[in-house]
Design a protein around this ligand. Structure first.
Ligand SMILES: *Cc1c(COP(=O)(O)O)cnc(C)c1O
Length: 226
């Protein structure tokens, strides 16, 4: 199937309230153009250099989402260049974002990435560290938290549902509280192989790579999950 047919197929399974983010990491501008023509205006990248290079040669009316692990020393390059950072995962990174966005006179819109499965191989904050991160968010002047992002452990449908549901509970409990600099609007969960389950558990933004663009070729310089 072509990229545009894949997009139609995915969209047909999404309620209109769910945003489709096309994960274009490792993919060419030509492939992204096809997605653009099919109506996609939100693209996800996980490498700072790759994203910046693509931005120079692509349409201006798109939202760029940074979904990968963001190294502190790279924060300065994304100031003013991303619509949403999905991967705030530590106080150290928060402080770096605060510092660089202050310098650039911009406000960072971020999601807190939660490591719901407590996997050592994954980034994201552990639930017991969340309150301390929130305290720092409330002290910030250049950071707005817009929601939560999660990558769940591999597993069967029941396991997927469980982790998505737990994440939704965290989302809802933060939404109920009145916290400075925090507006729980975006629940970024679900990828190619689990997005329908994520949506039924309350996701309102799905991040689809292979389901749109086909398999990635990591030999061309791509990188796994984060
Ligand atoms: C690569 C990636 C995706 C997309 O994964 P697919 O399985 O190709 O849909 C989604 N989210 C993050 C954080 C990623 O790194």
């Amino acid at each position: 199937m072509s990229i545009s047919q894949n997009i139609e197929e995915v969209k047909s399974k999404l309620p209109s309230s769910v945003k489709l983010l096309a994960v274009s990491k490792t993919k060419s501008l030509e492939e992204m153009e096809e997605a653009y023509k099919a109506g996609i205006r939100d693209f996800g990248e996980n490498k700072v250099q790759e994203m910046l290079k693509k931005q120079e040669n692509f349409h201006e009316d798109v939202n760029w989402h940074f979904i990968g692990k963001l190294q502190s020393n790279k924060v300065k390059y994304v100031v003013g260049k991303v619509h949403l950072i999905h991967s705030l995962s530590s106080i150290k990174l928060l402080k770096q974002i605060e510092k660089e966005y202050e310098k650039g006179g911009e406000i960072a819109q971020v999601l807190i990435q939660i490591n719901i499965g407590r996997e050592e191989s994954k980034s994201g904050i552990l639930l017991e560290e969340l309150e301390n991160l929130i305290i720092e968010v409330e002290k910030s002047n250049y950071i707005k938290v817009k929601g939560i992002m999660v990558i769940i452990p591999k597993g069967d449908e029941a396991s997927n549902s469980k982790y998505f549901r737990q994440t939704k509970e965290v989302f809802d409990s933060l939404k109920k509280r009145k916290l400075k600099n925090i507006d729980m609007e975006v629940l970024s969960m679900g990828m190619t192989h689990d997005y329908t389950i994520a949506v039924s558990e309350g996701s309102n933004l799905v991040r689809i790579g292979e389901g749109i663009f086909g398999k990635r070729n990591y030999n061309l310089g791509g990188e796994n999950n984060e």
